[in-house]
Write a protein that binds this ligand. Structure first.
Ligand SMILES: [Zn+2]
Length: 251
């Protein structure tokens, strides 16, 4: 039985039996980990508020070889984000981030870039919850990229011509980016503005990306959201389980 100590972000938890929970965490050292927190549903327990979703903790857990579930020994709060829980849209957005991390990230696979990206997005949402939608777009593009599903944003998928020069960009049915002459009308035209924002995710931090996106029209924001959702939906071959606010018409 191996003991691991690592920084971790709590993503969600499920009740188990009468007094326990199964907690799903994105850990820095070992990727996605599911562990039983014994006694965590009792009023007095050693975990306190550390197992609330989106709490950053120093986690100690045991993991037996060939067993999916670990056993949580200790979780100390490094940073909590309870203040974000008051806004239902933010709560839905955070649940969506947690959902996609669980969907995309294989268990026990270390991915330091993913860990840092998710934490940077969380910090950016905490800094200004008004930027939630832009940061969700940023997160979607990056989780696609880190798991190897993001098409080449800079070059036409067929001829390799640079897409950053003038000329139309089309999105093929396979969700690849094509130059106008290769696409020959097959696919949907991607606006220059949406394309520019897509490329900006690759060079900006989530916070700067969100600040730069504040002046975008609703049409461009919707174009971007539709694009990232189609890419993710195609990868998962179904839509994410958590529905976002704009999909339910609340924006
Ligand atoms: Zn081309």
């Amino acid at each position: 039985m191996a003991i691991t100590e690592t920084e971790a972000l709590v993503l969600r938890s499920y009740n188990l039996a009468e007094a326990d929970k199964i907690v799903v965490c994105l850990t820095r050292s070992s990727g996605l980990v599911r562990a039983v927190a014994k006694g965590s549903r009792r009023i007095k327990n050693r975990f306190g508020a550390a197992l609330e979703p989106f709490t950053l903790v120093n986690l100690t857990y045991y993991q037996k070889e060939n067993q999916e579930l670990g056993s949580m020994r200790q979780a100390e709060i490094v940073k909590s984000h309870f203040n974000l829980f008051r806004d239902p849209d933010v709560l839905t957005g955070l649940a969506y981030i947690g959902d996609l991390v669980v969907e995309f990230s294989p268990p026990h696979q270390t991915n330091d870039k993913l860990y840092r990206m998710v934490n940077a997005c969380l910090e950016a949402i905490a800094a200004d919850p008004q930027d939630l939608q832009s940061i969700l777009r940023y997160f979607e593009v990056w989780i696609l990229r880190l798991e190897g599903f993001l098409p080449d944003l800079r070059r036409c998928a067929e001829c390799g011509r640079s897409l950053t020069e003038e000329g139309g960009i089309l999105l093929s049915r396979e969700l690849e980016l094509l130059c106008a002459s290769c696409a020959q009308g097959r696919g949907e035209v991607l606006s220059r503005k949406a394309y520019g924002r897509l490329c900006a995710t690759q060079v900006q931090s989530p916070q700067i990306f969100a600040q730069d996106s504040r002046g975008l029209s609703a049409a461009i924001q919707n174009e971007l959201a539709e694009l990232t959702h189609r890419m993710i939906g195609r990868v998962l071959e179904r839509h994410p389980r958590v529905r976002l606010a704009f999909q339910t018409g609340r924006i």
